[in-house]
Design a protein around this ligand. Structure first.
Ligand code: ATP
Ligand code: MG
Length: 588
């Protein structure tokens, strides 16, 4: 996976690409939705501003200390002339209360809209990533660092939600600042400009803080990912670690990484708090200066000065929100960069095949396969595992594949079932070349496969079986279990088919797992069945019985048996030995 730009290499340019991707994903949520949210934010701020400005005539009427010149003075005079001084006060108080209620409704709609927006946005990122994962080729998937993917889909995407929410609130704060600032300017232009100039002095600090936010974000992505990996490995290897009394090593690594993350987080929070406190102090100072200037030099009417103070007192809140929004955006960008890198790793440009789309039509007959001059290597810098394999397998044949460990048997099996594509050469099914990813995907729907490392989900045995063939009925389930020599032990379980398999099937023995995996594969009624060392955990008697059953299934499926020991009396049609990338006929 491409590395996230590290904390040390943080540069503003590195922010551009993830920031753009994030904004694009926001824009993709729909212009109408965004416009609606902006309208709500604007309405909220305007209603707030109007309410505060209304304080001026209200205070004038309450304290009766002279009506100043200007529009607000004129408004007050008109109102008093129209309804009399007593009623004017009631009208103003009611108008003020009405505005408060209106603002509450607007803010409720606004906040609800914002939360829905940021959760939808994150769901899109997550959904997109899972879709890309599901669609990626096995070659790409097996190269993935599983822990990193898990971390990306849980933690990194989660940070997008948090960051998105803060960012939207930051944007909202900016609008609020502009609207409230405009109201303040209309009340006292010179004083407001002076206050804004004071606030601008904080900008260089903001830049430093943003840099620190980016560094902290990178630490959370990189170190957090490592810590997650350490834990995932710990859980996966728990039995082994316990058996070797090595669990403390894992715990130490986990604790050390946690400490690094904690130190970095604390340093960042410290910086944030220092800045926030400094900002509060400066704001209080500015308010004091304002008061002195307003009363001493500008001789402002106390009512106007009070409203102005209320207005300006509202500014630090949005200003802090704006700063936090910017920090949150920058802090989550390393997570965005990581998600983009992961996506790029999974998406591959599919070559356009010369003869598109040909796939053997689904039939109930066992498949006939042919490999010609198949070459394969696992990576660009690795040696060929398969060096020109030619193989013909007739419909309904039973073939054994033997050879030393590392000889390429599993790799060849993966090619036969269409999981990976040969680098050179061709595979045909029923005479039709399986030439592109789409054809391989459709071919895979017709096969059954029991991997070397039998896997069960931590769900009921029934769910494990139905996973491969959701439509199968009870009779089909027991039929498959019978053929896989699993019916007897499943029946003997207290909960039968409802028994949970445990993590990766840990509540069952190795041989029981293998038999259930075989039953699952058989349930698909495959045209090709590949068993990769699928009987090596069974005792001889059970293995013999199972293989004899499989021999009888040859009218339904072609069978490839990858094994290290071929039972002598098994009537295979052919046996091959794969060694050093070459295939030869095997003689007992
Ligand atoms: N994902 C991979 N990346 C790189 N190399 C791989 C990968 N999978 C397998 N190999 C290498 O390819 C070679 C063939 O592996 P393969 O699993 O096909 O052997 P095998 O015959 O099935 O062995 P075994 O009998 O031990 O199961 C081995 O040298 C192995 O190290
Ligand atoms: Mg193998």
């Amino acid at each position: 996976m491409a590395a996230t730009p590290g904390a040390d290499t943080a540069s503003w340019r590195a922010l551009r690409e993830p920031a753009r991707a994030y904004c694009t994903s926001m824009a993709a949520m729909g212009a109408r939705r965004i416009a609606g949210l902006i309208a709500l934010v604007l309405c909220g701020a305007t209603v707030e501003g109007v309410g505060i400005v209304l304080l001026v005539p209200l205070l004038l009427l309450v304290f009766g200390n002279g009506v100043p010149a200007g529009r607000l003075g004129a408004l007050t005079r008109h109102l008093v002339a129209a309804v009399g001084p007593g009623s004017a006060l009631s009208v103003l108080v009611l108008a003020f209360a009405g505005l408060v209620v209106l603002r509450a409704v607007i803010l409720w709609r606004r906040d609800r809209g914002l939360i829905a927006f940021s959760t939808d946005l994150v769901d899109r990122w997550r959904g997109d990533l899972v879709t890309v994962l599901a669609g990626a080729s096995w070659t790409r998937l097996r190269a993935l660092d599983r822990g990193k993917v898990e971390f990306a889909i849980t933690s990194d995407v989660g940070r997008l939600a948090q960051g998105g929410d803060r960012l939207l609130r930051g944007g909202m704060a900016l609008v609020q600042l502009i609207v409230l600032g405009a109201f303040a300017l209309s009340l006292a232009p010179a004083l407001t400009l002076a206050v804004l100039a004071l606030m601008a002095l904080a900008l260089p600090f903001a830049r430093r803080l943003l840099h620190a936010a980016w560094r902290q974000g990178a630490v959370m992505t990189i170190r957090g990912g490592r810590r997650h990996n350490a834990f995932a490995e710990f859980m996966a290897g728990l039995k082994l670690a316990k058996a070797h009394e090595a669990q403390d090593r894992y715990a130490e690594e986990f604790i050390a990484l946690s400490a690094e993350i904690r130190h970095s987080g604390l340093a960042y929070a410290d910086m944030q708090m220092r800045n926030a406190q400094a900002y509060q102090a400066i704001t209080a100072l500015a308010a004091a200066l304002l008061l002195l200037a307003g009363i001493g030099w500008l001789h402002m009417a106390p009512a106007v000065l009070s409203a102005l103070l209320v207005l300006l007192a509202r500014l630090p809140g949005p200003a802090v929100n704006l700063a936090q929004g910017a920090q949150s955006l920058v802090q989550m960008l390393p997570a965005v960069a990581e998600l983009i890198a992961l996506r790029q790793l999974l998406i591959e440009v599919q070559p356009v095949p010369d003869a598109p789309g040909a796939v053997p039509s689904p039939s109930n007959l066992p498949a006939a396969l042919q490999l010609s001059a198949v070459r394969y290597r696992h990576g660009p810098h690795q040696a060929d595992v398969l060096r020109g394999i030619d193989l013909t397998i007739g419909s309904g044949e039973m073939i054994a594949l033997l050879g030393p460990s590392g000889g390429g048997k599993t790799t060849l099996g993966d090619i036969l079932i269409g999981l990976i594509a040969p680098d050179q050469g061709m595979i045909t099914v029923d005479g039709v070349p399986i030439a592109d990813a789409d054809a391989r995907a459709r071919w895979r729907r017709q096969i059954g496969y029991v991997p070397q490392d039998p896997f069960l989900f931590d769900r009921s045995l029934r769910e494990n079986l139905l996973w491969a063939a959701p439509q199968a009925d009870e009779a089909a389930l027991w039929d498959a279990l019978d053929q896989a020599e699993a019916a007897a032990f499943v029946r003997a379980l207290p909960d039968g088919l409802e028994t949970r398999a445990g993590d990766r099937g840990s509540r069952l023995s190795g041989g029981e797992r293998q038999r259930l995996c075989l039953a699952r594969a058989l349930l698909r009624r495959p045209r090709l069945l590949v068993l990769d060392e699928a009987t090596n955990a069974l005792d001889r008697v059970v293995e013999q019985r199972m293989l004899q059953t499989l021999v009888r299934l040859r009218s339904r499926t072609t069978l490839i048996l990858i094994t290290h020991r071929l039972p002598v009396d098994l009537p295979v049609d052919a046996a091959y030995r794969l060694s050093d990338g070459h295939m030869t006929e095997h003689r007992a």
